[in-house]
Design a protein around this ligand. Structure first.
Ligand SMILES: N[C@@H](CCC(=O)N[C@@H](CS)C(=O)NCC(=O)O)C(=O)O
Length: 85
């Protein structure tokens, strides 16, 4: 299974939605809570090409985007293949 990483903040409904979708696929991502900012937030900005919203999701280092992007992959029937790769 590929490495799934997700940057989140507390009380973030989009983060909850993305985590729920991943959980429904049996995936436990590596979660970085950047509620308090810090180096992981800076890392996220760099890896997400300046994306400031959370969540920011990565599959095997590839930037997927946010919760809407993850949901779009699922709607397109592409998420399972990415998670199985
Ligand atoms: N379209 C984005 C929306 C994400 C979004 O608006 N997240 C909120 C938190 S739930 C956010 O990051 N707000 C700005 C901030 O907290 O700095 C997605 O699907 O991930």
């Amino acid at each position: 299974m590929p490495k799934i990483e997700i940057y989140t903040k507390a009380f973030c409904p989009y983060c909850s939605r993305a985590l729920k979708l991943l959980a429904s696929k049996g995936v436990t991502p590596e979660e970085y809570d950047i509620t308090m900012g810090g180096p992981k937030r800076a890392e996220m900005l760099e890896r997400a090409n300046g994306g400031t919203t959370v969540p920011q999701i990565f599959i095997d280092g590839r930037h997927v985007g946010g919760s809407d992007d993850l949901a779009a992959l699922e709607r397109a029937g592409e998420l399972d293949a990415l998670l199985a790769a």
